[in-house]
Design a protein around this ligand. Structure first.
Ligand code: ZN
Length: 352
């Protein structure tokens, strides 16, 4: 009897998920997967003030009950490692071995990918990670993000947003974790980021707290009560297998922590927690010559590179305003006024 009661309690805990996560078919956009099946489809974004688009989506509906995890990438369509990693997961995830449901969105920003345009959606020149939760009376980015909020964020229990160094960014891998002040939610998101295993984690404070102006995807999920993290790997148009492996293995470890696949998660021990990120911004156009690489630790005042005019005259010595780690540095000679030369992470005084 004692054991049976314990078993009943354990069952209650294990099935403490929304009813839609039970073993019925699961639909996102035009993709409907029966229990134990994988299905492809599209999140249809209707035309409005400009053209519509169809965002690919895959539903891996596990044979066993469990939570709903959303994996979303390609908001920046030339952050290739993040896209290739989720493509790899589409192939690797076996619904017969999954407890719960995984929604995979491998490429939010199709035109960016197809036209090789970094940072923005060429349809309206907007970043596809700045306008959440989106709206239907806006441009294509606004409408696409509205549909992702509705079709992906609302039905999920947990979310991972993938990014990386864009075509012009030489980036070392890192994650973002932000506290919401809700103890249970923050404990789970912290468990997720530690299970993901990237060794530098930015503590993301001072984020929008208004759910109608959440701006970022992970923040949109967080403000709706769903533990969410951001992970970044890859740099400057490359698809290196080590970077892809970081994101694939990190995802599988996080799924183990969430008890969605078998096996033990691998938690990172004593990661470097970064308390803030400081930008170095270009004051004018010119040619960039870096003196540091991604991941270099620098002291305040250290020269990290310089900018010349088109005659070779040095017009700017770029110095680090803080002591910290180069999270990413401009990867190409081109610079225009206002470009981000580097992001420097400052090590937090203590772990959260
Ligand atoms: Zn990005």
């Amino acid at each position: 009897m004692f054991c049976r009661i314990l078993g009943f309690v354990a069952l209650l805990l294990a099935t403490n998920y929304p009813l839609h996560a039970q073993r019925a078919a699961f639909t996102v956009g035009t993709a409907t997967a029966a229990a134990g099946q994988k299905a492809n489809g599209y999140i249809e974004v209707p035309a409005g003030v400009d053209a519509g688009t169809n965002i690919p989506v895959v539903v891996v509906n596990g044979a066993k009950p469990g939570p709903v995890l959303a994996l979303v990438t390609g908001a920046h369509g030339t952050e290739y490692v993040s896209i290739i990693a989720v493509e790899k997961l589409i192939g690797e995830l076996d619904p017969s071995q999954v407890s719960g449901t995984v929604i995979l969105v491998p490429l939010v920003n199709l035109l960016s990918f197809e036209q090789k345009v970094p940072h923005v959606n060429p349809a309206d020149n907007k970043s596809m990670n700045r306008f959440y939760p989106g709206k239907m009376d806006g441009t294509q980015t606004d409408r696409a993000l509205f549909m992702i909020t509705k079709e992906v964020v609302d039905p999920c229990d947990y979310l991972i947003d993938y990014h990386g160094g864009d075509l012009d960014e030489s980036l070392r891998p890192y994650a973002y974790w932000g506290a919401t002040g809700k103890e249970a939610q923050d404990r789970i998101s912290k468990q997720m980021v530690l299970a993901f295993g990237l060794d530098h984690i930015i503590i993301w404070g001072e984020r929008p707290t208004d759910a109608t102006a959440s701006r970022y995807l992970d923040n949109t999920a967080s403000l709706r009560g769903k533990p969410a993290i951001v992970v970044e790997a890859g740099h400057a148009g490359t698809v290196e297998s080590d970077d892809v492996a970081l994101l694939v293995n990190g995802t599988l470890s996080t799924m183990r922590a969430l008890k969605m696949i078998a096996g033990e998660p691998h938690y990172i021990e004593n990661p470097v927690w970064l308390g803030k990120v400081v930008d170095v911004i270009s004051e004018g156009p010119g040619i960039w010559y870096p003196l540091v690489k991604r991941g270099t630790y620098v002291s305040e005042g250290m020269k990290i590179g310089y900018v010349t005019d088109y005659f070779g005259k040095v017009i700017l010595d770029a110095r680090s305003p803080v002591s910290g780690v180069i999270l990413h540095v401009n990867a190409v000679p081109s610079l225009k006024k206002g470009d981000n030369i580097a992001d420097i992470g400052v090590v937090a005084a203590k772990a959260p």
